[in-house]
Design a protein around this ligand. Structure first.
Ligand code: ZN
Length: 148
């Protein structure tokens, strides 16, 4: 990545402790380390870009295709009750998308995961979802390798 496409001090330009599932020269897909949301993935554009409309039409398509691959893999492997997709960037204004598998027994459902918790976590349900992560990783990689 060229130095002039990165921003000094940005935690997404120079992340070091990420669990990267798959990446190419434009984006990377990572597992988000969230105890309540196994399978929570983030697609991060590698250059320091603020908004979707700062990208060319072609690159918007490239980025969203990665998001759709994650959604497809999450549906197939984890069979959530709903997928939440969000692009906020208020805290880190470096373009990224959150893709979150939601279940009607998760701690925030039906509210967004950033809202106040509605119930406590069910450890057995979380454990069974965590056990799916190797298969989820393989499925995301396979989808991305077949087309991006
Ligand atoms: Zn950045």
């Amino acid at each position: 990545m060229a130095e002039d496409s990165l921003k000094p001090g940005c935690v997404l330009c120079r992340a070091t402790d990420e669990d990267i599932i798959v990446q190419n020269d434009k984006w990377r897909i990572i597992f988000v380390d969230d105890v309540h949301y196994p399978g929570f993935c983030r697609v991060i554009w590698k250059k320091h870009i603020r908004e979707m409309t700062d990208l060319s039409l072609e690159d918007r398509q490239v980025l969203m295709q990665a998001v759709w691959h994650v959604e497809t893999a999450l549906r197939k492997v984890m069979q959530p009750d709903k997928i939440n997709i969000a692009s906020l960037g208020n805290q880190v204004s470096h373009l990224h998308w959150h893709i979150i598998p939601r279940f009607n027994d998760d701690v925030h459902f039906p509210d967004p995961i950033w809202a106040a918790a509605k119930r406590s976590a069910k450890a057995d349900r979380l454990d069974s979802r965590k056990s799916l992560l190797p298969e989820l990783r393989k499925t995301i990689i396979a989808l991305c390798q077949n087309s991006y």
